[in-house]
Design a protein around this ligand. Sequence first.
Ligand SMILES: [Fe+2]
Length: 236
Amino acid sequence: MPIETWFPLAIYYTDLPDAAAHRDSLLGAVLALEEAAHERRITEETAWTGDVHGVERIHDDPNFAWIVEQLEIKTTIYLKALGVDLNKIDLYIQRSWPIISRPTQRILDHRHLNAHLSAVYYIAVPQTGDSGSLVFFNDTKMNEVAPGLWADYSSGLAESNTLNFETVTYAPVEGRLVMFPAKQRHGVEANQTEELRVSLSFDIILTSAETSDAGLYEFLSPPPKQWKKLKHKQAL
Ligand SMILES: [Fe+2]
């Protein structure tokens, strides 16, 4: 049938070959960070996320040097595939944190609007069942020709197929790195096993390269070293 699909969302994933060798040390480092962190600030139904517990800079922690190096390599591959001119941009990890999902815990849907790229790396994944997939939501619904046609309550679809799906799921895989546009709405389903699922999250920012074509400055932030911090009212 002559139907073509356009404007695809590009989600990158790769399985890191050295993952097994780093699994236990990464897992130990994450559990130690949780132990030393602030008092729990979220409900019992929500996975423990380091970013709201004072653990949001694992990129500065030598225990995570290997995965940060992997992230640097794979981010380059992903952006090259997207056609980005890597000579004109700089990349920064803005924030990075561990996530520990215990039985029944999940992460509600959200976007990382503070960043441009987001990544997740799975350190430890239960082998006994469904420990919760990463879910991406189709918010643009470009093929929903009449608004509401796809909604559960309208029953306007005779079948689900690749032209009308509303979500896509990625089951967690130990040693897998997944990368996606940070603005893409996503969430994590509940851990339905009796074991821990442990992962790392990264938020990455693109800025103009210091030597960049000035034209890009309209769209990207200049390098942070060129910024000047202003005193806000309370500091005056
Ligand atoms: Fe997220």
